[in-house]
Ligand binder design. Sequence first.
Ligand SMILES: *Cc1c(COP(=O)(O)O)cnc(C)c1O
Length: 498
Amino acid sequence: MQQTIMYKSTRNSDLRVTSSQAILQGLAPDGGLFVPEKLPVWDGDFRRLSEQSYQETAYQIMRLLLTDFTEEELKDCINKAYDAKFDDPSMAPLRHEGDAYYLELFHGKTIAFKDMALSILPHLMTVAARKNQITDEIVILTATSGDTGKAAMAGFADVPGTKIIVFYPKDGVSRVQELQMRTQRGGNVHVVGIDGNFDQAQTGVKKIFRDPEMNRRMKAQGLRFSSANSINIGRLVPQIVYYFYAYGQLLRQGAVKPGERINITVPTGNFGNILAAYYGKRMGLPVKKLICASNENKVLVDFFRTGAYDKNRSFKLTSSPSMDILVSSNLERLIYRISGDDSEQTAKLMSALSSQGVYKITDGMYTKLSDFYGNYASEEETAEEIAQVYRDCGYVIDTHTAVASKVCRKYREETKDTTPVVIASTASPYKFARAVVCAIEPEMAEKTDSELIDELQTLSGVRIPEAIEDIRKAPILHNTFIAGDGMEKEVASWLGLS
Ligand SMILES: *Cc1c(COP(=O)(O)O)cnc(C)c1O
């Protein structure tokens, strides 16, 4: 008999909901994030893991956490999500290059790892709505540092009973990312560029979620908000799957013995992807260190070194824009855990973060961070890493993956740890073609975007993905730009709230 897992808010442990309710709500009403009351133990065996398909692994992991979904519902969601939309039959191939294993998570429709979870989230949400007899139309509000927005729209476009609004920092995403969003089709999608950075977009969205007046106006018109950001556990749970799947592939390739520990390196922004790996570890995946890689916005590196989280610093625009984040939302889930599931203390720290921009954890909490190692790569180091991996292996990685690859190198040099390492490869190099090609061939800087994309094909030998061909010819459909403080008004006006 399988145990039921309920979800609690990190800021109020009296609030308990089922997994489908947590997915529907996205953010808890008190502003906290939903966390599983306890993490279930993975009940599979290594031999089977090494033989399973992605879909089978997905079912085996997700059933442990989404316990109010039936077998049929979950399998149906999984089969609809992980199909020929992915341009690799294994969904997430593991490539051995140099002395690392790159877990390619960018074979979905929008060529970034966000597709791994956002291909399934709309299906989970539709089932969750049915289960809870929700007849309201669900309005997905999303802040994006570049990749979530497109992946969420690709998932939710024309899904009956849903609308989706995406806010992106208008000067803070790559050219390809911006075009991908502004060419999005679908009668239920709205794309808005804001004059501000990702943190402002994310704070604005969280504020709208919690605004009682907005929620009253929504309800009056048969609407309700939810989230497609990684604050939604419907994003987090599917992301645990690929770490188990990666381990299965390592076993199959003979790179590890059953039960042998690995390290996992994750290029980190909102702390969602690495948190999924941490949950995987706690469920029984043999992991030694979780290596958290930042770009020059290295607030997490300082946090792991000092125990103080301080967002009061200048925001840098880098070549890895999806990691240009100073407030990593999902860190709240780790804080909650290391406080001993103390929602009062978590709420206090988060309130200090929003009022003073800084908080410090206790010494007792700090000792519980030993699963993690944090470091960063500068802009120069990121470009060098792309060039070096290409020189050494003929393998082309994107800027985000390069940050992780470089930090992994630093970790090994510092610690002499020779544990096999999986690096989460989070985007196709085509998504950041300019930065990638110029890192390998600086003389290409004068070329047009289109020429750089062709050059990337020559360098990598990987065919131009459909996602890129699409934006080369698709018309721009979205031209809405607003000031950073106009988000609420924009939502009300597009939804026609009275
Ligand atoms: C979103 C994103 C990241 C950061 O992931 P988090 O879960 O926010 O830490 C890294 N790389 C790419 C390409 C992304 O799109």
